[in-house]
Design a protein around this ligand. Structure first.
Ligand code: SF4
Ligand code: SF4
Ligand SMILES: [Zn+2]
Length: 235
């Protein structure tokens, strides 16, 4: 959910209305995915929206006693479940005597329409590493010292893996091994990945992955139906 429309009732600050609206749109909001409809799928079919597809948030701040920063925490939501994930996102500054009064409307949307609807701030994946240490290893420790991620540890005359998921498969350890062929082998696991999903806190990371899999599933079914149609047209 993100702020999608803003009605400025009063703005005596130096910042233009458009800039304020843009900044409000980028404030991540805690999203109640189960209680709201996407505007295009809502039964109200109204451009303005209804209680099932829109949340109203308001700001009314006046700098009475001196300069003041307006933060995301100054947004009051009609639904306590939909509010900024942090109260400390600065939106604008007011000089003494200036005032900002507005109403903002948050809606559900998709990241492909605008980045403000992306619930993910960072998403990466890497291969899951597999490390094999053979019997020819004499525990010299060269690989331990060379590893930039401290994946390996020396235990007596042996080397052990202590932190497998940190391995980047850089191969520095195999290159450092004096044995020929190297006594250590690092390869990617087939069909296994480490998938990092960092949430903006709009939704929990687990829910983000579950919802994206549902969307992917729907799209694959649509593709499958499309292929069948084309086939039947041919026959
Ligand atoms: S491949 Fe690189 S990160 Fe992985 S254990 Fe070897 S040196 Fe460390
Ligand atoms: S560098 Fe090779 S021989 Fe030395 S501890 Fe590591 S794997 Fe064993
Ligand atoms: Zn509606």
């Amino acid at each position: 959910m993100a702020i999608d429309e803003v009605v400025i009732l009063e703005n005596s600050s130096v910042l233009q209305d458009e800039m304020i609206a843009h900044r409000l749109g980028l404030v991540p909001l805690k999203t109640d995915l189960d209680s709201y409809n996407l505007p295009e799928e809502c039964s109200c079919k109204s451009e303005f929206g209804c209680n099932l597809c829109r949340v109203t948030l308001a700001v009314d701040v006046e700098a009475k006693d001196g300069p003041r920063t307006v933060y995301s925490g100054d947004l009051t939501s009609e639904n306590p479940a939909v509010k900024p994930v942090s109260d400390r996102v600065p939106i604008l500054k007011l000089a003494k005597g200036q005032r900002i009064k507005l109403e903002a409307y948050a809606r559900l949307g998709r990241g492909r329409s605008h980045a403000k609807w992306q619930p993910v701030s960072m998403c990466t994946y890497k291969y899951y590493p597999k490390i094999r240490i053979s019997k020819t290893c004499d525990g010299c420790g060269e690989c331990v010292d060379m590893c930039p991620r401290r994946v390996l540890v020396k235990k007596g005359s042996k080397v052990e893996v202590q932190n497998l998921v940190s391995c980047t498969l850089c191969q520095d350890c195999t290159e450092a091994c004096p044995k020929e062929p190297p006594a250590i082998e690092v390869t990617p696991e087939e069909n296994k990945f480490i998938f990092n999903v960092e949430s903006t806190e709009a939704l929990p990371p687990q829910r983000i992955v579950e919802e994206s899999l549902k969307i992917l599933d729907t799209q694959l079914k649509e593709l499958e139906a499309e292929i069948k149609v084309k086939k039947s047209e041919k026959t």
